[in-house]
Ligand binder design. Structure first.
Ligand code: SF4
Length: 309
């Protein structure tokens, strides 16, 4: 389901005209913050975008795809095309013994009983790379052509003031990141209020169904609101227990056992109850980490790489 955005006309943007951004793009996750940014642009409260790009891992909750479909229609009315870019299905690839796989940050129970976290390569593979590829194509300089100095796209990212530390510069010359919500001084709660006002109050957090970064609150949401998604995550958790089949297929078995839930127990058996006065551990497990904005992490980052061949 890859829709490569059409190249702009003229086919490439002349260097001599580069006095500002050649294009304004939005990195659209279709979660709370980026949905807010798109709606603000649609109503002219911030400069409009030439394109909004959604990087599809093929494994988002149905509620995110529903929101995306609605946003596509809404943005089209404002003249902003919403395009999907994709590197394939992260879930299918993870379980395919024939497919090279970019590691997910699975929780690991090491053979000596200690816990770790597998390397995170999936964000780069399934989100950052397709977005960069699309940005180059839209600028008129698809890989491997060199993008001339001075030609760049401004890329808006939905990071609110409560996530200020996540705002990072792009790591390539042809993209310059912008943070409209920080410029406006908006928090995530401000975004939620605005979305409710605009009839998009049902917008949920965007992340892969089986993202190991989910805290208990995220898992509970899936279990209680998206039964198919929950069953899908439980099945995946079971299937990934001994690591990625591709590594096993290449006689490079991974050490330890792998889990989606940070407690390193099968997801179906994990304690997902909310914290209470006597449930200190539940507070830890309820915590929702920063998640997976493609532009707020560095590829390959890990806390404890435990994938040993
Ligand atoms: S949401 Fe989670 S599993 Fe999906 S790409 Fe991001 S880090 Fe990987």
């Amino acid at each position: 389901m890859t829709h490569v955005p059409p190249a702009p006309r003229p086919d490439r943007i002349p260097v001599t005209q580069s006095t500002g951004p050649a294009l304004r793009l939005l990195s659209l996750g279709a979660g709370v913050q980026s949905t807010t940014v798109l709606l603000l642009a649609c109503e002219g409260a911030i400069p409009r975008f030439d394109h909004a790009l959604f990087a599809d891992t093929g494994w988002e909750p149905q509620a995110v795809y529903d929101n995306l479909a609605r946003l596509r229609t809404h943005a089209a009315d404002a003249g902003i095309p919403v395009s999907t870019v994709s590197q394939g299905s992260i879930r299918d690839d993870a379980l395919n013994p024939e497919h090279r796989f970019a590691s997910m940050p699975l929780h690991v129970r090491n053979p000596d009983g200690t816990k770790g976290l597998a390397r995170r390569q999936c964000t780069n593979e399934y989100k950052i790379r397709p977005l960069k590829k699309a940005a180059r194509a839209l600028l008129g300089y698809p890989y491997p052509q060199r993008v001339p100095t001075g030609i760049y796209a401004e890329q808006a990212i939905g990071i609110s003031t409560d996530e200020f530390a996540r705002a990072k510069d792009a790591d390539v010359r042809y993209l310059r990141n912008a943070f409209p919500l920080i410029d406006l001084g908006w928090t995530r709660d401000d975004c939620k209020r605005y979305l409710t006002e605009k009839g998009f109050g049902q917008t949920v957090k965007s992340a892969c169904i089986g993202c190991p970064f989910h805290g208990n609150a995220g898992w509970r949401w899936l279990r209680d609101n998206d039964r198919d998604g929950w069953d899908n995550a439980v099945d995946f958790d079971h299937a990934i227990r001994h690591g990625h089949p591709h590594a096993n297929n290449r006689a490079q078995p991974l050490h330890g056992q792998y889990y989606l839930h940070r407690s390193c127990v099968p997801l179906a058996e994990a304690d997902l109850d909310p914290p209470g006065p006597r449930r200190a551990l539940a507070v830890v497990n309820d915590y929702e980490p920063e998640g997976c904005s493609p532009w707020s992490c560095r590829s390959g980052e890990s806390i404890n790489t435990s994938l040993a061949a």
